[in-house]
Write a protein that binds this ligand. Structure first.
Ligand code: ADP
Length: 766
């Protein structure tokens, strides 16, 4: 059955392998065992129930919360040649009746519907006429009060078990907390469920968090970097906390020549729909929104998500940033925050508790406060963002350097005087008897001659003026960081209105030098060159190019950007013709693969990522013509072999005899060899040649084989070399994977490949 299924995946979707956990999830569906699958957004949940439906002889019912989501899924299935339909309130009675007839006649493989519809006795009676053996529940966290998206209508699903005793139930969500998971299993009454929780890291997302200083300027910097609003520019979403911030941002962007559409709950439903439809159809590439712009956003090629304020929990942040890069290609998530954001969320909580007509559960209040604190901690530049997120969701993160967050990419060093500064701040709080707030402590530390300081004789304290060389902002930032590291705490005064700084056990440990802390200096924004520049120019001069993430470098490697753009407009045309969203026709990942490999035959097209039989039959001709025309016009070579080997091949070492020496070496390889000769690191060579990591590693292996250098310590440290050599001795050198596993998956494949190449080149015996 699994073989038939894999063949169907290749035929309909054009995918050659399954992603992590897809196989297990699919096996659960095929075996009719209840399951709960937790995979991050973009992890490939839909394939887990769609592929089994294709090879099954019964209809699969899929519960989905929004009509727009159902539409995108059904469009995508049909585009892949799979009979699917959605029954929902947007249909006329005739249309609904047509679909019901198709269903009863056994012509549909998948039927999408809302939870409300599934609760209707008439609908259930109709389903009883057919054999329903599988029910998939998308966005299953909506059933839980603990989730961030509780939907009362999802509660109706608790009746499914009794109503369809013979069907297996399969819940899918991207929300990872244990509380929500347990709630889903209990509410849906899952039996002996296979609970599959995927890896929560999204390596294709580059996270950046910056202090908010001049939010308009900072936002425009990012948009310019993405070329948004210009031909070939990237699409993205800007999230604001309040509706009025949305409107102000849209106006501001317009004033600097960038078109954006707003979306918030204060707009009329038709105008909200207009924004959503335009974004889906790629008629608009930039939406400024509150979190109301949420679940229905299925567009897969969102290349950035910006937050102009801090979300109120890490769950929200994960969900909102999850809308970026669903196609697996690189995307950027930039958050601009200030200490005021957490304050705003805390005030909103107090206000809602104060205005509530019924008493609010103290556990709920504590829970919300904890979420705000956790989010605030996340914002501090003290730890790798990927690591923080993954660990927050209870998983471990093994990489030393994620190469995809501001902390790892920009390599910020802690302040050399961190410990001394921390001790001075804490002892000032102690001298002030822990009775003042952060701004007062800052004034005393800066030695400001204010009336209230003098009146209270705090200018006589030994800590008065101890940190006068630091700006208010800097000191404020240090205090925030101490709070984040929990070596200082904030508590409200007896009126409950004013936050005071308090010490805890850890503060005293720092003061006694028994605990070390790291503090980071405030980020500097480049000064504008002169006053009076118009905003556009100012934004351009202020724009600091951001270091590119590894995912970005790799996914653009070898892609002809002009051709990619040409293919994008071809896709828009096709999508308009058939009335579906462009990403339903082809994903960006597919277009980039086309623009990289540039096949000259139909057979070659079939090997491109995401092109299955059905897409080849429907769009093959249009794609081929566009490719051919563009390549002829621009003199581009065709049929370029993939730069990286396929997933299965990556575990193999090339043990066949070396190919005959090429007479003329590709100039890129020559350049890479020169850089290796100069002792440049792999990172540098990747940056300078613009090639993928794996390709550069292969170049290095070739270089090592040719030059047989006495040492490879420029690329692999000696200890790792030793470990790999020992493991290779035991496991053999034919495959990389056993060595990788023997080293607890801690040493990268690239490092293993380099060491093996060196062992082979220097003739060490296996
Ligand atoms: P989720 O529902 O988990 O957010 P999707 O089901 O929308 O994720 O899948 C995300 C993207 O990954 C889609 O573009 C999909 O086509 C692609 N995808 C899913 N499974 C595979 C696979 N096995 N190989 C390659 N691409 C895949």
């Amino acid at each position: 059955m699994l073989d038939a299924l894999l063949a169907a995946v290749a035929r309909h979707w054009g995918f050659r392998s399954l992603r992590p956990l897809q196989r297990e999830a699919i096996e659960a569906v095929l075996a009719h065992r209840d399951s709960l699958v937790v995979l991050p957004t973009g992890g490939g949940k839909s394939l887990c129930y769609q592929a089994p439906a294709v090879v099954s002889d019964a209809v699969t019912v899929v519960v989905s919360p929004l009509i727009s989501l159902m539409k995108d899924q059904v469009d995508a299935l049909r585009a892949s040649g799979i009979a699917a339909a959605a029954l929902n309130s947007s249909l006329s009675p005739e249309e609904a009746s047509d679909i019901e007839q198709e269903l009863v006649a056994g012509r549909l493989r998948l039927l999408y519907c809302s939870p409300e519809r599934l609760a209707l006795p008439s609908f259930r009676r109709m389903l009883a006429q057919i054999d329903i053996r599988t029910i998939a529940i998308d966005e299953a966290h909506c059933i839980s009060h603990w989730g961030h998206d509780f939907r009362p209508e999802y509660r109706l699903l608790s009746e499914l078990r009794a109503a369809f005793p013979d069907a297996s139930l399969h819940a899918f969500t991207a929300t990872a907390t244990k509380l929500v998971r347990d709630d889903i299993v209990a509410s849906l009454k899952l039996r002996n469920a296979a609970v599959l929780v995927g890896d929560f890291d999204r390596p294709n997302l580059a996270y950046r968090v910056h202090y908010r200083q001049d939010v308009y300027g900072q936002v425009v910097d990012v948009l310019r970097r993405h070329n948004t609003g210009k031909p070939g520019g990237d699409a993205g979403i800007i999230y604001c906390i309040r509706r009025r911030d949305v409107d102000d941002m849209v106006l501001h962007l317009k004033s600097v020549g960038i078109d954006a559409m707003p979306y918030h709950a204060g707009m009329t439903p038709p105008s909200r729909k207009k924004t959503q439809d335009a974004f889906r159809a790629e008629r608009c590439d930039l939406v400024v929104a509150t979190v109301a712009f949420g679940m229905g956003i299925d567009r897969s090629n969102v290349r950035f998500v910006l937050h102009t304020g801090m979300p109120k929990s890490i769950e929200h942040y994960q969900q909102e940033t999850g809308r970026a890069g669903r196609d697996g290609l690189e995307a950027e998530c930039v958050l601009f925050y200030s200490g005021a954001d957490a304050m705003l969320w805390r005030n909103l909580l107090e206000k809602s508790v104060g205005e509530s007509e019924t008493p609010v559960d103290p556990a709920y209040i504590r829970n919300v406060r904890r979420h705000i604190d956790d989010m605030e901690n996340f914002c501090r530049p003290t730890r790798c963002r990927h690591r923080s997120l993954v660990e927050y969701f209870g998983q471990t993160f093994d990489k030393e350097n994620c190469q995809a967050c501001d902390v790892c990419l920009d390599g910020r060093e802690p302040h050399a005087e961190s410990q001394t500064i921390a001790r001075k701040i804490l002892s000032c709080v102690a001298r002030l008897d822990q009775r003042y707030g952060a701004m007062y402590v800052v004034s005393v530390l800066r030695g400001e001659s204010k009336d209230d300081i003098q009146r209270r004789r705090h200018d006589q304290l030994s800590t008065f003026g101890l940190l006068r060389e630091h700006s208010v902002k800097e000191l404020r930032g240090f205090i925030d960081q101490l709070l984040a590291q929990n070596v200082l705490v904030r508590e409200t005064d007896e009126t409950g209105d004013f936050p005071l700084l308090k010490l805890n056990e850890r503060s005293w440990e720092v003061m006694r030098n028994e605990r070390t802390v790291r503090l980071f200096a405030e980020e500097k924004r480049r000064k504008r060159r002169k006053r009076g520049l118009d905003l556009v120019e100012a934004a351009e001069t202020a724009s600091v190019p951001s270091k590119r993430s590894r995912a970005e470098i790799e996914s653009w490697s070898g892609v002809d950007r002009d051709l990619f753009e040409t293919l994008r407009s071809m896709r828009r045309g096709l999508a308009e013709e058939i009335g579906v969203a462009p990403f339903v026709v082809f994903s960006d990942a597919c277009l980039r693969d086309l623009a990289r490999r540039r096949p000259s035959t139909y057979e070659g097209l079939r090997r491109v990522y995401g092109i299955g039989e059905s897409k080849l039959a429907q769009y093959g001709e249009a794609v081929w013509k566009t490719l051919d025309e563009h390549c002829r016009l621009h003199g581009l070579s065709r049929d370029i072999p993939p730069a990286t080997s396929s997933d299965d091949d990556r575990f193999k070492v090339h043990d066949e005899p070396a190919p005959p020496k090429r007479r003329t070496r590709n100039p890129e390889v020559v350049k890479a060899f020169e850089l290796f000769r100069a002792g440049k690191s792999l990172d540098d060579v990747v940056l300078e040649t613009g090639r993928a990591y794996r390709t550069v590693t292969n170049y290095l292996a070739e270089y090592i084989q040719e030059t047989q250098p006495p040492s490879v310590s420029a690329w692999v440290n000696d200890e790792i070399y030793r470990q790999v050599a020992v493991a290779a001795e035991r496991e053999g050198r034919k495959y990389l994977k056993p060595i990788f596993v023997a080293l607890d998956e801690k040493v990268s494949y690239d490092a293993i490949r380099i060491v093996l190449a060196h062992l082979a080149a220097t003739g060490s015996e296996a």
